[in-house]
Design a protein around this ligand. Sequence first.
Ligand code: ARG
Length: 733
Amino acid sequence: MAKEGLGLEITELRLGLPGGESIKVVNKNDKKRVFSAVNGGVDENCGRNVEKKNQVVGWPPVCSYWKKNYMNEGSKMYVKVSMDGAPFLRKIDLGMHKEYKELALALENLFGCHGLDLLKKLAYRRFALTAAKAQFISTMSVGEDNVSSVKRRLAQLFETSLRETVPGEPDVVPIVDSCSDRSGGKFGDYQCNNAMVLWSKIKGKQTGYKGPPAVGKAIMTNLPPSEMIESCSVAGPGFVNVVLSKNWIAQILLRMLIDGIDTWAPLLPVKTAVVDFSSPNIAKEMHVGHLRSTIIGDTLARMLEFSHVKVLRRNHVGDWGTQFGMLIEFLFEKFPNPEEVNEAAIGDLQAFYKASKLRFDSDPEFKQRAQQAVVRLQGGEDRYRKAWKKICEISRTEFHRVYERLGVSLEEKGESFYNPYIPGVLDELDNKGLIKESEGARVIFVDGVNIPLIVVKSDGGYNYASTDLAALWYRLNEEKAEWIIYVTDVGQQQHFDMFFKAAKRAGWLPADDSLYPKATHVGFGLVLGEDGKRFRTRNTEVVRLVDLLDEAKSRSKTAVLERDAAKDWPEEEVEKTAEAVGYGAVKYADLKNNRLSNYTFNFDQMLNDKGNTAVYLLYAHARICSIIRKSGKDIEELKKNGKIVLDHDGERALGLHLVQFSEIVEEASINLLPSTLCDYLYNLSDIFTKKFYSNCQVIGSPEETSRLLLCEATAIVMRKCFYLLGIEPVYKI
Ligand code: ARG
């Protein structure tokens, strides 16, 4: 039942009717609960009704879509998730050994590669996950003045209050969360959940408090006065609810309109990060997996850049390896005269790769020559280096076409770049006693994995892992990166897990994952076709990216041309809109999913103008722009002299959602989850339309100025979201 080596045990796993499922994970040694979770419905143990609105049915979504947790008495963790999870855990039977293991694995996934280790450490604080989140807040020392996150500002107020409430517990970290999407904001906009945790700590000490509600009350009373807060209340077992002042929200919005949205950038505790993404292999196909990596990596880089992190966008292309011997030999055969080699002559490099592979597999004499070619290339022989360079160049031009269309910029530092560093790095690891001989190869053993990480193959050659070790060394020591992020499919998780563990053994990275420098693998699932299988074209070829983008554009062009309004558009505008919508649709369809799950590629769905699609969002933005245009007012003037008033519920709901932008970007960046930002954007558009626009007349109303400013703020935030997601906005429909 236990997952070995983690010190954790699942002691309770109940499956039942939707809402009746629960899990309890304890520490094996002291049997203390690390956390337990229910998936919505009724939690019998403390008799409280768990919110039903976003009820989860089945474990898969719990495992793969962890979004938010909040604690209750007895450290229950409620996992609020969405419904469309991967089905692999749906059939867990109570008592079946294998499934418990699967669940443990899924949990590991849920908390990230090293999540359970982290969890184990945090178990001593019992409130594992909330503490982990809150800890992040408190370790960032930023002055109150430049804090743009509402949550963080409130956390600062609560921190002051906690010091006052329990002077004997100076380490208590404020646990503050937004509750607008949890309880519909019925009791407040934010909630401080420290009382119960605190009570369990101070119970028995002479503090004078008689239970969590009293602690909650004291936390509320001790809050320093703030213009942010309209009112507070204590609910149930000590939750402190905060209603924000609508005047304050209005002020914050107006300030943003005047000073610009960049003043809402979150501050992250890292200066320099490497995002290693896209990274296709020369001459091999750049497939949809690389498309996912390109799209997800670009968004992560954009979010970090927005948050003032210096990002090194690295294309770790596979430009070094045994395949080059084969390619070069084949090139020599086809083009005895090197002058003749160019893109047009070679044509499709993938086809060239295939043909050479065929030759390699069928002709032993050719194979031998190819193997010698690798040695000659690695030995630096001129003719071989030149041929290698040529092949890389042709591939590069091809990749670039895709990047240009996607608006993605990347700096290539391929595997070959790190090659000269490998011997030195391996020496260092050897001196530290990490490298062992095993079956002729040189390897590093790491905890928890029974196969070792091979760093020198038995033929003496280096491999993917040796290159990655050298690259990590370079990034840490030469580039001084504090956070190194690798974006690849989840299939490579074990490679990264092992190689990070090796780096920890070497002392390059701290053992504690909450500390920097840090390396993180951002895994993502497969792209599936509509048959539920790996996305392929009809003749089972991998799908070429350029073809995909072509089709997205041409389909969206057809849709644009069908619209009456576009009848008189100049050709250039139609093209631009078709590209923005088409490529935006492909990107958004990918980003809106939790990246760990597989996603189904479906043009009809992604290009639908209804539902959670880029098309819908882009049109929503264009509509807001057209409201502003139609008013005939000069927004710059209104910003200077106008005022925002949030008296109507719809106005307030929209204003509140807008000012939460900063904390959402922060959350999405810290968890490396672009889907968080997509959810926010979709909700923004929904709140704008359903709560605000359908209830609050804009043009011609007495509140016109304020409402136009709200429209403008919405459009600005939407555009920033688009920008961060790599989507070009459109202004007209
Ligand atoms: N070229 C690899 C592939 O296509 C991805 C490289 C990812 N980056 C890294 N540093 N290993 O699978």
